[in-house]
Design a protein around this ligand. Structure first.
Ligand SMILES: Cc1ncc(C[n+]2csc(CCOP(=O)(O)OP(=O)(O)O)c2C)c(N)n1
Ligand SMILES: [Mg+2]
Length: 591
């Protein structure tokens, strides 16, 4: 069958190739992935990527999970990567299958997540000729990926795949796209397998000089009220334990950015909460505003985190340590900037402090006692007796019912913002969110990838109804492959966060933010019936209207050991607490 109508397209069939002593580029790619410990492939096959899929059949080690939308496949790879720190791999066919990966690449790139996206491409002879399902993937992907390669010749495959792997997994990590023309996938390559599959040289990361570490320590000692501001780099560098040891040694409060939320136990006496204009806590912002020195470890001073820099910076010095030199001084001017592996930097600083014989004094201890008092005083309200329930209450209830190491994935909206503010995280890699991209539709795929990576952990996608509308079809993927994720959808029948903005910023002029309609089949006015839809796909589901029902619904969900959806009806008038003037001083509390 000649799909692209060119001569010799099927020059060598897959079965003919098996008889040769050489391997096709697709087979080599699969062998390489196996050697790196890849065991799962998420995607949707199509004519343009079939040689890769065909090679997976012979793999014996890699299991293929087909999905209902390529976007979910790349979100699964993302969730897998964030959970394990390893590389998730996904595949799509040429043209529309491949372009469906773009949001996934962008979301992973924004948060420095390594994943490998494999896309089929038209045969090389047709490139640039507007062939059926030809899309300029490399050009489209480059701005939103760490790298994107078009593999033009089969013999380039060994070099490119090795280079791609090194790029994804070293330095500041990120997603890489390999665009694979059909004839290239099928082309034969003569390669020395031992050399090709030999392990890479260990990575050498930039390190802080002793002088820089000393300077940082001197600045901490000179400060009246030093604070650690920790970012996602701590999770990526697997440095949570080192951070905890350092913070405990110094008795310094820890404020996190959104991406750093799960790198420090949120119930630790030194944890002050999150700083920010949207995803923040009153204590997090207050602690920063009370400080005279902010030591940023592995964060990047995102604009939604600092708010207006004039307010954030006023009266305080900054030490910034980040692996990526490009981040230093990019948004905020600093008194000391260090490009270094964060884990090693923390170890060096801890060693220096220990050598100095430092002991926290009474003044420092007093500050921590005060922090504890403020934590109670400034805690946001989560108990209400309103009907329908507030999202805050649903989120607090959910947290109480889940295990400490449960993984929660989030999409975007009011429910997500409340979750960042109220859902405590205790272990790295358990609070998963597209921090910079804010991608609706991300969390279900991510939760499935996380569950496949760590089957023993509870994996919950907490999201709003509109967000679920963007991933709903892949409940069928959870059912088909029996991936027991729990979906908790907070249904206000609204694009709630956008409605909140229309109310606050556009004189309550509403357009296109309501999702309700009369569902004549189901006999209610909520529009889409999530419970019926989930059940239609073979996913257990139930409706919850009162907070006290959440616990038992979850117990049933976990007992089923199958994917399960819990639809929670929440107050459509509920809003979340965000800054009104774009500064971390300007958060207006809403209940
Ligand atoms: C893919 C994508 N499209 C659009 C947006 C803009 N957006 C942010 S929040 C939101 C509404 C989310 O509604 P829902 O998931 O129901 O959560 P709610 O705010 O109602 O809790 C929209 C449209 C986005 N973040 N991502
Ligand atoms: Mg909603």
């Amino acid at each position: 069958m000649a799909l692209w109508g060119i001569e010799k397209e099927d020059e060598l069939t897959a079965s003919e190739q098996r008889g040769t002593h050489k391997l096709t580029a697709a087979q080599l790619l699969v062998k390489f992935l196996e050697s790196k410990g890849v065991t799962q492939l998420y995607g949707i096959p199509g004519a343009g990527i079939l040689p890769v899929y065909d090679a997976v059949i012979d793999s014996g080690r890699i299991e293929s999970y087909n999905v209902r939308h390529e976007q979910t496949a790349i979100f699964m790879a993302d969730g897998y990567s964030r959970t394990t720190g390893k590389v998730g791999v996904c595949a799509a066919t040429s043209g529309p299958g491949a372009t469906n990966f773009l949001t996934g690449l962008y979301s992973a790139y924004c948060d420095s997540v390594p994943l490998l996206a494999l896309t089929g491409q038209v045969p090389t002879g047709l490139l640039g000729k507007d062939a059926f399902q030809e899309a300029p993937m490399v050009q489209m992907a480059r701005p939103v990926a760490k790298a994107a390669y078009l593999v033009e010749k089969a013999e380039d495959m060994p070099r490119i795949v090795k280079e791609a792997w090194r790029l994804m997994t070293t330095g500041r990590k990120g997603p890489v796209l390999l665009d694979l023309p059909l004839d290239v996938q099928k082309g034969l390559v003569d390669v020395n397998l031992d050399e090709f599959l030999a392990p890479d040289e260990p990575e050498v990361l930039p390190q802080a000089s002793q002088e820089q570490v000393k300077q940082a320590w001197e600045m901490i000692q000179a400060a009246e009220y030093p604070v650690f501001l920790v970012g996602g780099g701590i999770v990526l560098a697997n440095a949570a334990e080192e951070l905890r040891e350092l913070a405990e040694l110094l008795q310094i409060p820890v404020v996190s950015s959104l991406m750093g939320k799960d790198c420090f136990p949120n119930d630790h006496m030194l944890y002050a909460g999150m700083m920010g204009t949207m995803c923040q806590t009153p204590l997090g912002n207050k602690t920063i505003l009370d400080s005279d020195l902010v030591v940023n470890l592995g964060g990047r001073f995102d604009g939604r985190s600092t708010g207006a820099v004039s307010v954030f910076k006023e009266g305080r010095k900054i030490v910034h340590v980040n692996l990526d030199e490009k981040e230093l001084g990019r948004h905020v001017t600093t008194e000391l900037a260090i490009a270094a592996d964060i884990k090693e930097f923390i170890r060096q600083l801890t060693a220096l402090i220990r050598e100095s014989g430092y002991q926290a004094d009474a003044k420092t201890t007093h500050k921590i006692v005060k922090l504890g008092e403020d934590r109670v005083k400034l805690a946001r309200q989560t108990e209400f007796d309103t009907f329908p329930m507030k999202p805050q209450q649903a989120i607090a209830e959910l947290r109480k019912c889940l295990e400490r190491d449960a993984i929660v994935t989030l999409d975007c909206g009011i429910s997500q913002i409340w979750a960042t503010q109220l859902f405590d995280a205790y272990e790295p890699g358990t609070f998963m969110i597209t921090g910079r991209a804010g991608t609706m539709g991300w969390g279900l795929g991510a939760a499935m990838g996380a569950k496949l990576a760590k089957p023993e952990a509870q994996s919950v996608n907490l999201l709003g109804d509109a967000s679920l509308g963007m991933s709903l079809q892949d409940l069928a993927t959870a059912a088909k492959h029996n991936i027991p994720v729990i979906v908790v959808v907070l249904n206000n029948s609204l694009f709630g966060l956008i409605r909140q903005q229309q109310n606050l910023l556009y004189d309550r002029r509403w357009i296109s933010t309501e999702l309700d309609y009369e569902n004549v089949e189901m006999g209610h006015n909520r529009g889409l019936d999530f419970v019926a839809t989930a059940k239609g796909m073979g996913v257990g589901a139930e409706l919850v209207e009162k907070p006290e029902e959440i616990k038992e619904a979850l117990a049933r969900a976990f007992a089923s050991n199958r994917p399960y959806l819990i639809e929670v009806l929440v107050d459509p008038t509920a809003v979340c607490s965000v800054s009104m003037d774009g500064t971390i001083k300007g958060v207006v509390e809403s209940v």
